[in-house]
Design a protein around this ligand. Structure first.
Ligand code: SF4
Length: 353
């Protein structure tokens, strides 16, 4: 737990407010109690500017009982990638392993919902099988959850298998070109306009910039893929699990987002307000979620800029905040946001709607 705490402190210093907790499938060394203990440690690790406000959890498919325990601990989204929906490929990729049971993996979200988790995030490792089949299968999975539980995927992640040293391309005939990958993102955005689309630092800075135009809504920043990697990076000896292609710091990424006309948001409000599951979905589908997303984005951007940014970012952020606050449609929300902005400049923190 001391190591977990050290990693969290470093991530907090970068200004992060939400984290993804990832664990390997290891019932001996990482049983559910260990996951719960990690969550406790993360939520109580604090620095002078606050603490992590939301932890998404990415652990292997498990039982409804274990999902209930996660839900009681106050997690954000439960994330599980199917990797591939194509059964023969799935079985070939996971020989002789716990994860190799296709049906058990595929029905994990059903058990999560039965355990009380109403926010789930799906994903496919694009490149393993035919992307057209994967997109259709993803949408069928989403439709199944909507039909049975009234709520589909909260997010979809789109990691893409990349050509790498020592990987023989003949073994992966379904690798996606940039053009095809862009098409996949576009189609998902059109199919589920209300679902968050997540892109990791696996993609290059230029590809990430491009895909934001087609519908990606959440990007990670400053990630390390090594176990204990943040501390090792601080000590100058980072060992990655796999290579990332966008190594820029959150500050650099935020500057680019602002230059491109986006409002970067560190918002975690829905989880803290209990706006999850069907409550969230009805707001997202009607578009009314914007009445809270917009002010929350401006307030969390200001918070980051006050506590973690350099002067250049602060100036850029302030320009956008001053302009966008005037565009808030509802007068009562505009007034409240302006008041909160003033309070934040005077040292108060953590406002959200
Ligand atoms: S208010 Fe908007 S940005 Fe904030 S957590 Fe909810 S959906 Fe996300």
């Amino acid at each position: 737990m001391k190591e977990v705490e050290e990693e969290v402190r470093i991530l907090e210093k970068m200004g992060h407010k939400r984290l993804a907790l990832e664990l390997g499938e290891d019932p001996v060394n990482a049983p559910i109690d260990y996951v719960l203990e990690c969550l406790d440690t993360i939520y109580k690790t604090q620095n002078e500017n606050g603490q992590i406000r939301r932890v998404n959890v990415n652990i292997a498919a498990t039982t409804a009982q274990n999902y209930k325990l996660l839900q009681e601990k106050g997690i954000g989204t439960y994330i599980l990638f199917q990797e591939t929906y194509h059964k023969p490929t799935y079985e070939k990729m996971h020989p002789k392993s716990l994860k190799g049971d296709y049906e058990y993996h595929l029905t994990a979200f059903d058990r999560a919902m039965e355990g009380g988790i109403d926010d789930v995030g799906a994903g496919v490792l694009f490149g393993l099988s035919d992307p057209r089949f994967e997109v259709l299968a993803l949408m069928m999975h989403n439709a199944h959850l909507e039909e049975k539980y009234g709520v589909g995927f909260h997010t979809i992640s789109v990691p893409r298998l990349q050509p790498a040293n020592g990987v023989t391309l003949e073994n992966y005939p379904n690798l996606l070109t940039d053009k095809m990958f862009t098409k996949v993102v576009t189609i998902l955005r059109l199919a589920v306009p209300f679902t968050g689309l997540i892109l990791s630092t696996r993609e290059s800075a230029s590809m990430r910039r491009e895909l934001l135009k087609y519908g990606v809504s959440q990007i990670s920043a400053g990630s390390s893929t090594g176990v204990g990697g943040y501390k090792e990076r601080e000590e100058g000896k980072e060992v990655q699990q796999f290579k990332t292609n966008d190594e820029r710091s959150p500050i650099e990424i935020l500057k680019e987002l602002l230059d491109d006309g986006y409002i970067p948001s560190y918002c975690t409000a829905c989880y803290r307000k209990g706006r999850t599951g069907d409550r969230f979905m009805s707001l997202a589908k009607s578009g009314n979620i914007k009445y809270v997303c917009e002010p929350n984005a401006l307030m969390t951007l200001l918070e980051f800029s006050l506590d973690y940014s350099d002067e250049e970012l602060y100036e850029k952020a302030l320009q956008v905040i001053n302009k966008e606050v005037e565009n808030i449609e509802r007068e009562d929300i505009k007034k409240l946001t302006k008041e909160n902005i003033k309070k934040m400049k005077n040292g108060e923190r953590d406002f959200y709607l």
